[in-house]
Design a protein around this ligand. Structure first.
Ligand code: FAD
Ligand code: SF4
Length: 319
């Protein structure tokens, strides 16, 4: 492993001024350092920053500190009661030990699990720009079917981020040029011709919190994976829906493990709003969203998988 400076900090301004790589739970970053994929000069340990609270806002929404651990957030009584999609997504991820370490900020910014990205002996445009994308003709079974480019077909692996996108959550960010808000749905980039950048964050920007607005209707998360636990999603759906007299009044839908970012399914949402809450309508909405998909030979099964997940998830949440 390359040598690096280690700087624990207790103030947000101090963290930002150091201009290093932030270390939260370390469950992704340290693995990537051991593999030689991440090569930071300075690790800025943000675990002592005052970012560990979940606060209920007067409007019924939440402010989640970036340092809140995944296990703590999943078990929070307000999250369980009012935002079950978030609690379920968190509990569907990783293992108990990992969730005890993993943080809200780190989970959002974890990197793709594409096998070529984590293998420094292989070409990969995300790790080494311009070197190529062997996944296109190689192992792409769990890679993107939506929004990819010829330069990269990686997927974003987070479960939590899919729920946060469906919940219209917003990141609070502080950096060298001040503070700003970024909707979680706008945090991630499409790969385009520069897949090396996963997000729109600028160097040195620190996520301090994630705000979740009030929801007020039922929500749930459904994840398909190769094993019943301790496995990344092959496809997932976060859904929230309000139904009145068998008609879909309002709906939020996001897909996981199908794109470079958690995929807000706005085409499907439009198709559903004002229509009947039936399985046929749910399937038709999924088809409308997936019309833009460009699957490769070994991941075309995700079309059927997502279609069925959408129907099952919406049926469950509308019961
Ligand atoms: C075996 C295994 C299985 C897993 N399975 C799943 C799964 O099924 N579903 C799932 O969603 N995840 C899964 N994970 C991933 C896990 O959830 C992430 O590793 C974890 O959430 C990352 O959080 P962390 O706090 O440890 O981040 P770190 O590893 O500390 O950091 C990750 C990245 O975020 C940056 N960062 C961290 N905090 C901030 C901040 N506040 N502001 C700016 N940058 C920041 C770091 O610099 C780094 O680049 C799995 C991981 C492992 C090892
Ligand atoms: S899909 Fe992206 S991450 Fe995977 S090899 Fe291609 S460029 Fe690298």
């Amino acid at each position: 492993m390359k040598t690096f400076a280690y700087r624990p900090v207790t103030e947000i301004d101090e963290a930002v001024a150091l201009g290093g790589t932030y270390l939260a739970g370390g469950t992704n970053l340290v693995d990537l350092m051991k593999l030689g994929v991440a090569l930071p000069d300075t690790l800025v340990d943000i675990n002592q920053l005052p970012l560990h609270d979940v606060v209920r806002r007067p409007d019924g929404g939440l402010r989640i500190g970036a340092g809140v651990r995944n296990s703590e957030l999943a078990a929070h009584p307000v999250v369980r009661r009012h935002f079950p999609v978030l609690s379920q997504a968190l509990l569907a991820g990783a293992s108990g030990q990992l969730r005890n370490m993993a943080t809200t900020g780190g989970n959002l910014l974890q990197r793709t699990r594409c096998r070529y990205f984590t293998d420094v002996t292989k070409a990969c445009n995300k790790r080494t720009p311009g070197s190529g994308c062997p996944a296109r003709t190689g192992d792409h079974r769990n890679l993107a079917i939506l929004g990819a480019s010829e330069h990269c077909i990686a997927t974003h692996p987070s479960d939590m981020a899919v729920a946060l996108v469906a919940l219209d959550a917003v990141c609070q960010v502080t950096g060298p040029d001040g503070s700003r808000e970024i909707a979680v749905s706008e945090l991630y980039r499409a790969p385009g011709d520069d897949p090396s950048r996963d997000t729109v964050l600028q160097p040195g920007e620190l996520i301090t919190a994630v705000d979740v607005p009030p929801l007020g209707f039922p929500s749930t998360y459904r994840k398909a994976r190769d094993r019943a636990s301790y496995a990344f999603a092959v496809g997932s759906v976060a859904a929230a829906v309000r139904i009145t007299d068998d008609v879909v009044d309002d709906v939020r839908l996001a897909f996981g493990a199908v794109a470079h970012k958690p995929w807000r399914a706005r085409v499907a949402e439009s198709a559903l709003r004002g229509g009947p809450a039936t399985r046929d309508a749910f399937l038709a909405a999924a088809d409308a969203e997936l019309a833009a998909a460009e699957p490769l030979p070994d991941n075309a099964f995700k079309l059927t998988l997502i279609r069925n997940l959408v129907a099952a998830t919406l049926e469950e949440v509308s019961r």
